[in-house]
Design a protein around this ligand. Structure first.
Ligand SMILES: [Ca+2]
Ligand SMILES: [Ca+2]
Length: 258
């Protein structure tokens, strides 16, 4: 029924079925090499440019601490909702940590006419680690619409040089304190009492890089890529149908010529 409606509208000139709803695909692909860094399920939020998750040089919020130490995005999600900058946010589904080579994605509906859909923010813990994470410091780093108000989406690569330390837990790499190594419960480890800063990298020969499972987790290596993150519009069913018809026509033509 929906498809018929879409096709009818398509024939009439491409008017959208719903005035302002836009389905987008939020996707993350772990680009690390085998035995490289894993990532916790990606937290994301759409907002008006007013949600500033953290500032390098300042202490992390409780929400940033929880995602950076345990990969738990619940408190950060609460801070996002409380900010009033946006209402559409969540965590990319997928089962557990996102390992090297893995991709996970989710379709999210945003209101393309709303100011609260303009910008995209994201955060994920780098594992194993004490409190290493990747996220956008600049609230307006990722604008999804151009000046004319048209959705343009985004697609970028997260580099090893962008890994941050939340400054909340000492980087001792002791397994029982280190998420994904041997930590059994959240919020364990020695408090650091510091500020968010660029991560110096894991200890040479430490419990992370010295573990054969993570022998390629040195994100300070040159050109190290952790992830590719994108937000793209979902192709409309009408478009896919037309493409399918063109494909079928071409196939028929090939068959006739054969
Ligand atoms: Ca900031
Ligand atoms: Ca730390």
């Amino acid at each position: 029924m929906k498809l018929i409606k879409l096709l009818t509208f398509g024939v009439l000139g491409g008017a959208a079925v719903s005035a302002h709803a836009l389905d987008v695909i939020v996707r993350i692909e772990n680009l690390a090499p085998q035995n490289g860094t894993f990532l916790t399920p990606l937290w994301f939020g759409f907002h008006d440019g007013g949600f500033d998750m953290f500032n390098t040089g300042s202490a992390a919020s409780a929400g940033l601490e929880r995602i950076a130490e345990d990969g738990n995005a619940a408190v950060l999600g609460g801070e996002f909702m409380a900010s009033g900058a946006g209402t559409v946010g969540g965590v990319l589904n997928g089962i557990g940590p996102i390992g090297p080579g893995a991709t996970t994605q989710r379709i999210v509906t945003i209101d393309e006419s709303a100011a609260s859909s303009r910008y995209f923010s994201w955060a994920s813990m780098v594992i194993p680690s004490n409190d290493a994470f990747v996220a956008n410091d600049n609230a307006r780093a990722h604008r999804l619409f151009n000046e004319a108000g048209n959705f343009v989406g985004m697609d970028f690569v997260v580099l090893g040089s962008q890994v941050l330390d939340a400054g909340t837990e000492v980087n001792d790499e002791i397994p029982m304190n280190t998420a994904f190594l041997g930590q059994m419960s959240p919020n364990t480890g020695t408090p650091e009492g510091g500020v968010v800063h660029f991560h110096p990298g894991f200890m040479a020969g430490g419990n992370i890089l010295g573990n054969s499972m993570f022998s390629n987790a040195d994100f300070t290596a040159s050109n190290y890529q952790l992830a590719r993150i994108s937000v793209e519009a979902v192709p409309e069913p009408a478009t896919m149908m037309v493409l399918g018809l063109v494909g079928a026509a071409l196939a028929r033509r090939r068959k006739t010529q054969a």
